[in-house]
Design a protein around this ligand. Structure first.
Ligand code: HSE
Length: 418
């Protein structure tokens, strides 16, 4: 008999799953399954039951209090559990638990970008060896179906570039700095109070979170997972309100862009603050929203947009993967597949030139003459009270480093997204 109240106890005509980690996303999974039980039943063909929740804590006030276990063993030993949702965060023990579950014949779905960016190749191999599935839609872009989009809708095309705003916290900070002319530190403190930013915000503001996400998208787009040390990553901490106003005067916005360029076998991946022109959709993505622009020869530019974080959007993406596996739909569609990138195929960031915004306490003539030694086409934006602002021609990082040595008065350098 079906159970419309979604209060299952893991009986025979239900599809039993387990949740590893009952935090923000793990808690959202039980909410989504409860609230959407009729739709999920229609998709899967049976009710889905959360039979176990693995967490170090107890949840005495939760309706799921009796499902809480403190070790992985009962989940591994229970053959009626066919799928596990890993929402623990961190690489360990999420990796070891996921491997154990797959070796025990259980498919795994995850929202954990760190484990996918670090061990995605091993986890996909493990799934293949054990005849189960490993899906991770929620690991990038929260509720935005970008991974399934790349794997299925764009499957016939060679993706040539990915550019994304992949971190909601930093996009919120940049939006507030622009609209309220507030400093980075001031808005960061507010974001921490509102719960958008962690007490230790470095994963967000130093680009680490966005780096993991662009590594995953690039792996799906190119078939190769680069090492995190191969991704040039620049912090947002040095962006000032002056930079943001300069971008507006130029005709755009400052955004933390996670980007990759795929040129045959060569891949280049970076995360850095950039001037994004208003003509690019990414410039208009504000607050905690995420956006991903994917370019390919056949489809041109395809844009994904939505809530890149948050309890229910992320949990919704996890449960969508659960439905895809339990309904067998995932077996029919193209699943994620990638291998480790060879050293030779990663193009060093130092070789890539970008136009740059430069603000310096320098004479216009002196700065422009120095820049002319490295690039053509420098455009002067303003020259007031001893401060000159320019948009340069294309410069590589080593060239920028030399220019910084030449001009002690350089206040700001931000690359331009062309
Ligand atoms: N801290 C992340 C963000 C959460 O701000 O986007 C989602 O990965």
């Amino acid at each position: 008999m079906r159970n419309d109240s979604a209060e299952p106890n893991g009986i025979d005509d239900m599809r039993n799953i387990a949740v590893l980690g009952y935090g923000v996303v793990g808690g959202g999974i039980t909410t989504v399954i409860e609230e959407n039980c009729a739709k999920i039943r229609e998709t899967v063909g049976d009710d889905v039951c959360v039979k176990y929740i693995l967490d170090l804590r107890e949840f005495p006030d939760s309706p799921y209090a009796d499902r809480v276990v403190h070790t992985i063993d009962p989940i591994l030993a229970d053959d009626s559990v066919e799928l596990v949702c890993e929402t623990m965060g961190g690489a360990h023990p999420a990796f070891e638990y996921s491997v154990s579950c797959m070796k025990a014949g259980k498919s795994v779905v995850t929202s954990n970008k760190e484990v996918v960016a670090t061990f995605g190749v091993e986890l996909l191999e493990c799934a293949k060896e054990n005849g189960v599935q490993y899906l991770f839609e929620a690991s990038v872009g929260g509720g935005i179906p970008v991974i399934r989009g790349i794997n299925t809708a764009l499957a016939a095309d060679q993706i040539s570039s990915v550019n994304g705003i992949l971190n909601g916290t930093t996009n919120y900070i940049l939006t507030k700095m622009r609209t309220e002319s507030r400093t980075f530190d001031d808005v960061l403190a507010e974001a921490q109070v509102l719960g958008y930013a962690e007490r230790d915000p470095s994963a967000d503001i130093d680009g680490i979170d966005a780096k993991r996400k662009i590594m995953i998208l690039t792996a799906l787009a190119s078939g190769k997972l680069v090492r995190d040390t191969d991704v040039y990553t620049e912090t947002l901490r040095n962006v000032t309100v002056e930079d943001i106003h300069a971008a507006e005067a130029w005709g755009g916005a400052v955004k933390l862009i996670a980007g990759s360029v795929i040129d045959g076998d060569a891949i280049q991946v970076h995360v850095c603050p950039m001037f994004v022109p208003w003509s690019c959709s990414l410039a208009h993505i504000t607050d905690v929203y995420n956006g991903i622009s994917i370019t390919s020869p056949v489809c041109g530019d395809v844009m994904f947009y939505g809530r890149g974080a948050g309890r229910l959007p992320t949990a919704g993406a996890v449960v969508a993967d659960v439905c895809a596996i339990l309904s067998d739909a995932a077996k029919m569609e193209r699943n994620p597949v990638f291998v480790k990138a060879d050293d030779g195929c990663v193009k060093p960031f130092d070789e890539i030139g970008f136009r740059c915004y430069i603000r310096a306490n320098a004479g216009q003539v002196e700065l422009c003459e120095a820049l002319a030694a490295y690039c053509d086409g420098t455009e002067v934006l303003s020259d007031k009270a001893g401060v000159v602002e320019v948009i340069t021609g294309k410069l590589t990082k080593p060239e920028l480093d030399k220019i910084r040595v030449q001009f002690a008065g350089i206040e700001s350098v931000i690359r331009v997204l062309d």
